[in-house]
Write a protein that binds this ligand. Structure first.
Ligand code: NIG
Ligand code: FE
Length: 416
């Protein structure tokens, strides 16, 4: 099957010359090209050819993209989109002056979603997650990470991971599952941390790895969740089982979790809203991706991560939605793009690198997606715009025209 993506106004290649990530200043270089079309063969990118010499007759399928731009399909590398219930009431409480952490400490927060998930069927979780995945695909997402972490006991953590497995089988995109049993302590273990650590380390992690239910083991190192010492215990056990590490850290506090992340060579350390300035340079030359989540800072109305300083220190910076029921109920990547620009002062070019190749690296799929380079999957987000700056200018709106995964059109907007 040979396909021709014909005559787009621009192709934003995010070319990396085979390196498959962009660090610091390189993030500004997204290598747009005009006057070229893309040839795909059996779902893979084969070549660029001048549009003036592209003959439709030599292809099985021609997709006419005049007046549109092609970007690498977006990767949303940090989501918690398998959940049940609503926490709209918490948002109202926050508007009355309560903080996220106060609400969590008084029966709300992660543990209220845990109650809803424990009472939910797999079918319900699958359907509600599926609705959100469809929304992401309609915005140009071709790869996704989903975390567990709202079960917090053996049965329900496995239930979530099995739902993620069904979602992987059902949706034609790459979905990477992450085990986040260490999201917080379930209420029944508030006063018995070692009891819950025992379940994670001796029951859940061995079962998850034996049954290949997750690619990564994540932990939330915060005052309301796991201490640095507890985080390290989880990582030590995970590393022994050969599962890769991710970390939520420096969201509200500096507990030293970030060092556990570097020690265990985490694929990514995510949040970093309150990272100490002396810790920023730890990302310089490190392969650990700094995943920033501007939607959370907006939704909870607090600090934004120091994105500029991280880029100036040569970090590999990615962006993600962190879509979840409590701290960021925003499933709109275009809005996240606007926040990254206006609140974190990232340029459009940096944002594109952060949502494509660097996000792919954060979940270990940078060799096959995240940039438009021959040999990679034909994963594209095609936008109704003549220039990529329109994406930022239209923040909050979905300009996506079509989403392509491995050469297959998986979403198309209604033609006007
Ligand atoms: O990434 N930080 C921890 N987990 C989520 C929020 C979870 C929740 O409030 O339900 C986050 O922000
Ligand atoms: Fe998160």
């Amino acid at each position: 099957m040979r396909q021709l993506y014909l005559n787009p106004a621009q192709i934003i290649t995010v070319n990396t010359n085979g390196l498959n990530y962009k660090r610091g200043g390189e993030m500004s270089n997204i290598s747009p090209i005009s006057g070229y079309s893309i040839v795909a063969e059996n779902g893979m990118i084969k070549d660029f050819i001048p549009s003036s010499s592209a003959y439709k007759s030599s292809f099985d399928e021609t997709i006419d993209l005049a007046g549109k731009i092609i970007l690498p399909g977006f990767t949303d590398c940090h989501t918690h989109l398998v959940f049940a219930g609503s926490r709209a009431g918490e948002l109202c409480k926050r508007l009355q002056g309560k903080t996220y952490e106060e609400i969590a400490a008084t029966g709300g927060g992660i543990n209220s979603t845990v109650t809803a998930v424990r009472n939910a069927s797999k079918e319900h979780l699958f359907n509600s997650a599926g609705d959100n995945i469809k929304l992401l695909i309609s915005q140009g997402v071709t790869s996704l990470e989903i975390k567990s972490g709202y079960g917090l006991d053996f049965e329900n953590e496995i239930k979530i991971l099995e739902v993620i497995k069904s979602l992987q089988q059902h949706f034609p995109i790459d979905i990477m599952p992450t085990f986040l049993g260490a999201h917080t302590f379930p209420t029944e273990y508030t006063n018995d941390h070692s009891g819950y650590l025992d379940i994670i380390i001796n029951k859940l992690l061995p079962y998850v790895t034996q049954n290949k239910l997750a690619e990564f083991c994540d932990a939330f190192c915060e005052a309301s969740a796991f201490s640095a010492e507890e985080t390290e215990k989880v990582f030590y056990a995970a590393a022994k089982l050969g599962i890769k590490i991710k970390l939520h850290s420096e969201q509200f506090n500096n507990l030293g979790g970030i060092d556990a992340g570097f020690k265990y060579k985490a694929a990514s350390i995510d949040h970093l809203e309150v990272i100490k300035s002396t810790d920023i340079a730890k990302f310089t030359d490190s392969e650990t991706v700094a995943v920033l989540l501007p939607g959370v800072s907006f939704f909870l109305d607090y600090d934004f991560a120091p994105a500029r300083k991280l880029i100036d220190n040569n970090a590999i910076v990615a962006l993600a939605s962190d879509f979840n029921p409590g701290s960021c109920h925003i499933n709109n990547l275009s809005l996240i793009v606007g926040l990254a620009a206006l609140k974190m002062r990232l340029t459009t070019e940096e944002i594109i690198s952060a949502f494509t190749i660097n996000a792919a690296k954060a979940i270990g799929i940078q060799d096959k997606t995240g940039s438009i380079e021959p040999g990679k999957q034909a994963d594209f987000a095609v936008f109704n715009a003549e220039d990529f700056s329109e994406l930022l200018y239209n923040m909050g709106s979905n300009l996506n025209y079509m989403t392509v995964k491995k050469g297959q059109t998986i979403y198309k907007a209604i033609d006007k």
